[in-house]
Write a protein that binds this ligand. Structure first.
Ligand code: F6R
Length: 615
């Protein structure tokens, strides 16, 4: 979603801000802007659309800039008011002396706006953010101190915000504040940074201070002061970012998505590293901070997540119930938060999130915490808000994921669930020891099998070419791969804008079969050796009888499949229970190649954001 970067120091401010915004670009946005403090003036540059437009604007107006030393930049993903120049950030007060950029949503902006209009404020945009600009200016007129003005203003705001403010009369100072939206300060030598996420600053510094809710940061070239909402100084820990700047490079791949798909074998090795040593040793999962005796008696788990993480959660449910015999409920966070759940202190609540910033999941986790449940977070961002709410934290270590469509973080989440389910099974003694050994042996083989899939993608590309002109798809499966059908369909939808639905194969005949004809490809996921293969095969036959085009994704070598299906995508042999880790890969690639053939913006699909920080 929106992104913020601010800088005070001796480097080329425009370059630092532009680089920072570029590194946040993956989050999704529709306009961009900067405010630069230059020779005592505040100069604003804004454009609609991609950052290249802002670059051109800066280039065209470069004669206006003399020597900027401080600035704030923003990319906006429209919430209040359409994507337009007037709604783009930064926003200003009446006189233009104060500028603000903002991530989040101010829920009481209408009331505040009314009050400010009565005081003579003239609003130019439809945004909630402009309210903050007028409000802080109003408070500044009284307090004559920017830090106090920001503090007094944020006390009046309801909702979520990460803001950065500059004032013409307060040279080379950026004041930042946050509540329910991430914000961090980057510490440098004779320079400091402020940003909504680490990629914005990682090229320049790895030393960071994460602001907590209701904290205010006053940042100058050589000082950072952090206070709480009452003005008390807060002593914050300086943390060192775990990522290298190279994580933000495509390394020769055409898109980040393709690079990230190819990173999956190593990501899996990473997840297993230190947790699964060999098939004879128990899984080491020290991250789970629940007493083993409590785990043994645990009889209910709830998993909450959104989107792709929700699909990983569905696989997680299947595994935990199958391996450990513990009952698991899975729910979209956005639904969980609006109903009366039976969550209590004896429930283990697992939150799954790539970004660790998804607003719905954070709200759900907070609700669970209020009910005294132990909260286990599985996330790719151990530095996130969600991670801070965790009693137990499993970082999935997939490395930064830039493409909006989640790929490697999904496989890393799946692997974390395999480890967790086996860990629970080992504690409970619920699985046969030989069976566990076989599973561990196979888990260790998975990266090599994915490498095999990635080494020859010709059938997947042929399938993409053949089917890229179709307008609708149904993906079907049963059992543990039902989530793979949901996830494959979601990948296709989000990056190619083709309507695709994941469906339980057995449900086809209860409605969707009515839609089948030669214009509707049905993609079936069939893994032999388990209980679902024959049934999914029969459901595919039913689709064929209605003239649907058929695609198979299978580990079967049965040649007769080539007669039934129009295209057969084969993956290496794998047991059904572990197969979601393999089946997701060709489905990611199929979506990728279809989007590529259609000329879509693969890494930054329209209307989507990498982390969804509004409910
Ligand atoms: C799909 C995708 C989204 C996210 C969803 C939740 O490719 O990325 O569906 O999975 O927005 O985000 P996280 O996992 O960050 O909570």
């Amino acid at each position: 979603m929106c992104g913020i970067v601010g800088y005070v120091g001796n480097r080329d401010v425009v370059e630092v801000l532009f680089k920072g915004l570029t590194n946040l670009e993956y989050r999704g946005y529709d306009s961009a802007g900067m405010a630069l403090r230059d020779e005592g003036e505040i100069k604003i540059f804004k454009t609609l659309g991609k950052l290249i437009n802002l670059k051109n604007e800066l280039e065209n107006r470069k004669s206006e800039l003399i020597h900027p030393v401080c600035g704030i930049g923003h990319i906006r993903w429209a919430t209040h008011g359409s994507p337009s120049l007037v709604n783009a950030h930064p926003h200003t007060c009446n006189c233009g002396r104060l500028v603000v950029v903002h991530n989040g949503i101010i829920e009481n902006y209408k009331e505040l706006r009314e009050e400010l209009i009565k005081k003579g404020c003239k609003f130019k945009s439809q945004t909630d953010t402009e309210t903050i600009a007028h409000l802080v200016a109003d408070e500044y007129a009284k307090a004559k101190n920017l830090e106090i003005a920001v503090r007094n203003s944020v006390k009046k705001l309801q909702g979520a915000y990460a803001i950065c403010v500059m004032h013409k009369d307060v040279p080379d100072v950026i004041v930042g504040a946050r509540k329910h939206a991430p914000m961090l300060v980057g510490i440098g030598e004779n320079e400091n940074f402020i940003a909504s996420d680490t990629p914005a600053i990682i090229e320049y510094t790895k030393k960071t201070i994460y602001l907590d809710d209701n904290e205010i940061a006053v940042v100058t070239k050589d000082s950072v002061k952090i206070t709480d909402i009452d003005g008390n100084l807060v002593n914050k820990k300086v943390e060192v970012l775990p990522w290298e700047p190279v994580a933000l490079s495509k390394l020769g791949y055409k898109h980040f998505m393709l690079k990230e798909i190819h990173e999956q074998p190593d990501v899996i090795r990473n997840v297993l590293n230190g947790k699964l040593f060999d098939i004879d040793s128990p899984i080491i999962l020290n991250e789970v901070k629940i007493d083993k005796d409590i785990l043994k008696k645990l009889n209910k788990i709830e998993i909450i997540a959104c989107g792709t993480s929700l699909h990983a959660a569905i696989v997680g449910k299947y595994l935990i119930e199958d391996f450990a015999g513990i009952s698991v409920e899975v729910e979209a966070s956005s639904e969980y938060i609006y109903r009366k759940t039976t969550t209590d202190a004896s429930t283990l609540v697992i939150g799954v999130s790539q970004s660790g910033e998804t607003a719905d999941t954070i709200t759900a986790i907070k609700q669970a915490r209020e009910k005294k449940s132990h909260v286990l977070i599985i996330t790719n961002r151990p530095d996130s808000n969600m991670a801070r709410l965790a009693d137990s934290l499993i970082p999935v270590n997939a490395g930064i994921e830039v493409s909006v469509a989640a790929t490697k973080s999904y496989t890393a989440q799946l692997m974390s669930f395999y480890l967790l389910a086996l860990h629970l099974a080992e504690i409970k003694g619920s699985l046969d020891k030989e069976y566990i050994k076989n599973l561990k042996h196979e888990l260790i083989q998975l990266p090599t099998k994915i490498e095999e899939i990635l080494s020859n993608t010709s059938v997947i590309q042929e399938c993409a070419r053949k089917f890229s002109s179709y307008k609708n798809f149904i993906y079907i499966s049963r059992g543990v791969n039902l989530a793979s059908a949901y996830e494959g369909a979601l990948k296709l939808k989000e990056i190619s804008y083709i309507n695709a639905t994941g469906y339980p194969a057995g449900e086809l005949k209860h409605g969707p079969i009515a839609m089948l004809d030669e214009t509707m490809p049905v993609l079936s996921i069939l893994i032999p050796g388990g209980i679902t293969y024959e049934k999914v095969l029969s459901n595919s036959e039913e689709a064929k009888a209605r003239n649907a085009k058929l695609i198979a994704l299978t580990s079967s070598n049965d040649k007769s499949l080539d007669n039934l299906f129009d295209i057969v995508i084969r993956i290496p042999s794998v047991s059904e229970i572990l197969s979601p880790v393999l089946t997701c890969v060709p489905l990611q690639l199929l979506a990728y190649y279809i989007a590529e053939f259609l000329g879509k913006d693969v890494d930054q699909p329209r209307n989507l954001a990498k982390s969804v920080t509004v409910e």
